[in-house]
Design a protein around this ligand. Structure first.
Ligand code: G
Ligand code: G
Ligand code: MN
Ligand code: NA
Length: 251
């Protein structure tokens, strides 16, 4: 497979980069964390994750790529701390496929030890796809939590088993999918659903992050709910050069 070969080469030749998108406490305006998002700068141009992540998952290459992501995020975190932002949370996306690696939590532990980074600065974003093998996933999640990592459910409300997942797993953060935010200003039903999900999350002691905030009106509407926002209104995912400048200026 051509894409598979190109992905192997990308790892060897350092064609990957992590971009970081800020997450903002809507009430205070304070930046509380950043989501790391993988980017592939191939010699033929940028390839979006929607194209290469599925291939990486099918071929198993997501395992070594995921290790690179965690290690790079650790290194970036040390740089952020040097800029005086030691309290910022770093979120990293992890595929269900990575959980299948029997050594996954051991490898994660080793990376944090080698990089001298405290796992408590990190949150792992998983999706409902972990429900396909819930017994195994639940065990891995327990191991990760024992290391001090927090667990976020990504794309909440977008799929089929969203409620099932929070029923079965003790999560720290609910990330509400952009699709619910998209129509919130024109369709009140979406607002009622959003408010109900926020209520559920709060009762589960989870932090709520609303994704895909693009408009000032959306941010204003959400302010009274005491949630965190992420979206183009505040910032696009920023490449390594820009994130340091953003951090230096952030409150
Ligand atoms: O950044 P953006 O649209 O382009 O991301 C698209 C999708 O790729 C998202 O669903 C996101 O969860 C996934 N993704 C981004 N970075 C990573 C990563 O480092 N690891 C995994 N497994 N998925 C990622
Ligand atoms: O699936 P996941 O939530 O991990 O992916 C987040 C994706 O959403 C990233 O690719 C990121 O670039 C994208 N994203 C973040 N904020 C916005 C936004 O306000 N609008 C749109 N259209 N995409 C966004
Ligand atoms: Mn995510
Ligand atoms: Na999402």
């Amino acid at each position: 497979n051509h894409l598979e070969q190109a992905l192997k080469k990308a790892l060897d030749e350092q064609q990957f980069a992590l971009h970081y998108q800020p997450q903002i406490n809507l009430a205070s305006g304070q930046v509380i964390g950043y989501e790391a998002l993988l980017r592939w700068q191939s010699p033929l141009g940028n390839v979006p994750p929607s194209e290469f992540i599925p291939v990486a998952e099918e071929t198993g290459l997501i395992v070594p790529i995921g290790e690179w992501v965690l290690r790079q995020a650790c290194r970036d975190t040390k740089r952020f701390h040097a800029l005086g932002k030691a309290s910022a949370n770093i979120s990293v996306n992890v595929s269900a496929r990575q959980f299948k690696d029997p050594d996954f939590s051991q490898k994660v532990r080793a990376i944090f030890e080698e990089e001298h980074v405290d796992p408590r600065h990190f949150e792992i974003e998983i999706t409902e796809s972990v429900m396909l093998d819930i017994e195994h996933s639940a065990r891995v999640i327990c191991e990760l939590k024992e290391l001090g990592l927090r667990i976020a459910i990504d794309d909440f409300g977008a799929g089929y088993s969203s409620l099932n997942i929070i029923k079965n797993i003790e999560i720290d953060t609910l990330k509400i999918d952009k699709s619910l935010m998209d129509e919130v200003l024109i369709n009140r039903r979406n607002l009622f659903i959003l408010a109900a999900i926020i209520e559920v999350g709060k009762n589960l002691n989870a932090r709520i992050v609303v994704e895909g905030i693009e408009l000032e009106e959306q941010a204003e509407l959400l302010k009274p709910f005491g949630v965190v926002g992420q979206g183009y209104l505040f910032s696009r995912p920023l490449p390594p050069g820009s994130i340091d400048a953003f951090l230096s200026e952030a409150p």
